[in-house]
Ligand binder design. Structure first.
Ligand code: SAM
Length: 251
């Protein structure tokens, strides 16, 4: 799938200069941060919880491990990992957007999750962590917002320990035509209206629908992971492929 010319990229269906995209994505997440969690539940009918649960179960997180929840936003995965890795482990919630990090930090503090979580503002394309550092990296619904996805995947490979695992949870391509039609109707006609009603922000939810359509499909993303150097790369479709969980190892 084309990512535009060298200097251009996609922001939803718009072609923009590559160096403008990060600011435009930042605008979306500054705008939705306060209502992000409630909108996730409303828009996905709560199904995002099931997708995230499957991701956690697939991670193999154990006490003492170091986990990076990249583009972790409001910290749903971080909260679960914090319990699994325990006092001897460490979870790093990294996100480029300080509004999302702030909501995440307050939510986790309110849940009493403090000891083994740290918060880092970082761009996935150039992670500020040492080589071979994490046992597990997750990026949930984050990769499609990143301008240079290949650079981000390479950066994740660098900071993973040998034997470490990357899990990419992301919207993908439904397998069946009927599902695709229903999904298109829902995301282009209904979702922006719900966004307008609840957050007074139809544009951010139109971007959501468009960015999902522009994201590499299952096989393309698998190829990108292999190309970056991940091994044993595979994926599991969920909800007919509306969402896929890609998994790969560094050896
Ligand atoms: C849809 S939210 C997902 C949040 C959380 N992972 C979840 O599943 O609920 C996408 C997140 O990606 C972050 N993000 C976008 N571009 C990024 C980048 N280049 N590096 C790191 N985080 C980024 C956004 O700030 C936002 O918090």
């Amino acid at each position: 799938m084309s990512q535009g010319t060298e200097k251009s990229t996609h922001f939803g269906y718009k072609t923009v200069e590559a160096d403008q995209k990060a600011d435009m994505v930042a605008g979306v997440f500054h705008s939705v941060a306060a209502k992000y969690d409630i909108m996730n539940d409303v828009m996905s009918f709560g199904i995002h919880r099931m997708w995230k649960r499957f991701t956690i179960e697939s991670s193999g997180a154990r006490p003492g491990m170091k986990v990076l929840d990249l583009a972790g936003g409001t910290g749903d995965l971080t909260a679960k990992f914090s319990h699994l890795v325990g006092d001897r482990g460490q979870v790093t919630l990294a996100d480029i957007n300080d509004s999302m990090l702030k909501v995440g930090r307050e939510k986790l503090r309110d849940k009493g999750i403090v000891g083994n979580v740290n918060y880092v503002q970082a761009n996935a394309e150039a992670l500020p962590f040492p080589d071979n550092h994490f046992d597990i990296i997750t990026i949930a619904f984050g990769l499609r917002n990143v301008t240079d996805k290949d650079a981000a995947i390479r950066s994740m490979l660098r900071v993973l320990k040998p034997g470490g695992k990357l899990l990419i949870l992301e919207f993908s391509k439904p397998k069946h035509d009927l599902m695709r039609k229903i999904y298109d109707l829902y995301s282009f006609k209904i979702m922006p209206k719900m966004g307008a009603l609840i957050t007074q922000d139809a544009d951010s939810y139109a971007y959501l629908a468009e960015s999902i359509r522009m994201h590499p499909d299952q096989e393309t993303l698998k190829g990108m992971m292999v190309e970056a150097g991940f091994e044993q790369v595979d994926y599991t479709n969920m909800t007919d492929g509306i969402v896929a969980l890609h998994k790969g190892y560094k050896f």
